[in-house]
Design a protein around this ligand. Structure first.
Ligand code: TRP
Length: 490
């Protein structure tokens, strides 16, 4: 096969690819979502499953996505269509690309709303609103923000405009230079926060929460109702951990594939994937180490939900010397982290419109930004006018549903198909040529992608979703909890 060229250009170096992909991976997922879902699912055991998923599912699938992208050199839809033709397989594999475009829409629509909260917090931190704030005070500030649909809408609009602007300019000319300085700065600030957390007197408790596993927490989801802890059997924590491994590494929808399509030929795929996943995981763990001590020191609830970082970190900034400056800087950097992730969520769709509809990047970005913005209204309202039970489905708001569907169902399914395609459909000669790895390393990846990663994804999906198996679990485990009361099966 003659090597393909991307019509969208190429990253200028290996470093630029690493920066762009790390910029995509490190975002709200690490600093906002990881702590809050870890808090909701009880800490330690959840974190262990998440780390396992990163290692045995995330890294091999990231390698597969980069490899497919670099071989196809087009938007994920066309890359999958071409590569399947090349392998003599069914053209239906381009479904991976289509479902990815849809998942990207879904995710960006609410991602932008949360990034909007971060934008709003830049202004509040800058104005000194957090100085000396206590837990009750920050809760009021946060609730005032999210319960005002017009204000949240304005910030969501601004963030969508920022994202469209960069995508319109082209990924290369856009954010990557900023990312070079901003990502390390964000990391340093997280370390400053950990330093503060160490002085709260609750650092050890925070670490214990993050790293001491209680595996019952993966089987039962509990909540306190009228002073009594009531638990339900649920496979959902394991699925959430798997879904988050995909989410935080930007996998399963073609974002890393499209970035791989702009990657120079000589760059090592395995080395890049391990580095990106390692950096991403480090940021999430450090964020957790900063946040949970503050949660416990202030008597807050780890399971507070999506508002967790917005209700905890300002307390730290409000109390530490130089907090006015650090706090403002932190939220600015958080916005940048979200920004460099958001652009990768629409890049697959934009690349496709440019290839197949002959649009300019500007036009394509505007169309896609507009559609995403409209869908985002559902998430804007999920925290105020649509927060009531009459607007919920399966006990979830529009925002929760969209996040659950995209991150926990669509991304793992997309990842599963990517694993099957690259392990079973693609000839080994092709993938071997693209990876250019030592035989032992290649063999290791090949075994993971053929057997281990797909089986792990299938096992988790089945475990979390089949009622029959849940019934079985009741039989097996009901004797294990004596102090807790099983009230039903989710
Ligand atoms: N990984 C980003 C984060 O952790 C979010 C993100 C960017 C993403 N691109 C993606 C998630 C593609 C899933 C798929 O914040």
């Amino acid at each position: 096969m003659t090597e393909r060229q991307s019509i969208h250009g190429q990253w200028s170096s290996r470093l630029v690819f690493i920066l762009a992909a790390t910029g995509s991976a490190v975002g709200l997922g690490n600093i906002w979502k990881f702590p809050y879902i870890t808090g909701e699912h009880g800490g330690g055991a959840f974190v262990i499953v998440y780390l396992l998923c990163i290692a045995v599912v995330g890294i091999p699938i990231m390698m597969a996505e980069i490899m497919l992208g670099r071989r196809g050199r087009q938007s994920p839809i066309n890359t999958m269509a071409d590569l399947s033709k090349e392998e003599g397989a069914n053209g239906g594999w381009s479904l991976i690309g289509w479902s990815g475009v849809l998942a990207g829409f879904f995710i960006l629509s609410y991602y932008s709303v949360i990034a909007g909260w971060a934008l709003a917090y830049v202004v509040r931190a800058g104005a000194g609103t957090f100085t000396g704030v206590d837990a009750a005070g920050i809760q009021t500030i946060f609730n005032d923000l999210i319960s005002d649909p017009e204000r949240v809408l304005a910030w969501h609009t601004l963030f969508m405009l920022m994202s469209m602007f960069v995508v319109a300019k082209g990924v290369k000319a856009g954010l990557e230079k900023a990312v070079t300085y901003l990502m390390p700065a964000l990391f340093v600030l997280l370390i400053v926060l950990v330093g503060y957390a160490m002085n709260t007197g609750y650092f050890v408790q925070g670490l214990e929460f993050l790293f001491t596993p209680d595996f019952n927490k993966l089987i039962y989801e509990c909540e306190v109702v009228a002073g009594l802890e009531q638990c339900e059997i649920s496979g959902s924590p394991v699925l959430v951990a798997l879904g988050h491994a995909f989410f935080t590494l930007s996998l399963g929808m073609g974002a890393i594939m499209v970035y791989g399509s702009y990657m120079p030929k000589k760059t090592s795929i395995a080395g890049s994937a391990v580095l990106i996943a390692g950096l991403d995981t480090m940021v999430a763990l450090v964020a957790g180490m900063a946040i949970f001590p503050i949660v416990f020191a202030n008597g807050l609830e780890p399971g507070a939900g999506p508002g967790l970082i917005f209700q905890t970190l300002p307390i730290a900034f409000g109390a530490m010397p130089g907090g006015h400056f650090f706090g403002t800087l932190f939220f600015v950097l958080l916005v940048f982290a979200a920004w460099s992730s958001a652009i990768s969520l629409i890049e697959p769709a934009v690349a496709w419109l440019v290839e197949n509809r002959n649009m300019t990047r500007i036009r394509a970005s505007v169309w896609i930004g507009l559609t995403t913005w409209v869908l985002g209204l559902g998430s804007v309202f999920s925290f105020n006018i649509w927060s009531g039970d009459e607007f919920k489905l399966f006990d979830r708001t529009f925002f929760d549903l969209l996040d659950y569907l995209a991150a926990n169902i669509m991304l793992p399914l997309g990842g599963l198909l990517i694993a099957i395609f690259s392990g079973w459909i693609m000839k080994t000669a092709a993938s071997q040529d693209e990876f250019a790895m030592r035989p032992a390393g290649y063999k290791f990846w090949w075994n993971l992608i053929r057997y281990f990663s797909p089986l792990a994804v299938i096992a988790v999906l089945v475990y979390a979703n089949i009622p029959l198996i849940k019934g079985l679990k009741v039989l097996l485990t009901s004797s294990m909890i004596s102090s807790q009361q099983v009230i039903g099966i989710v």
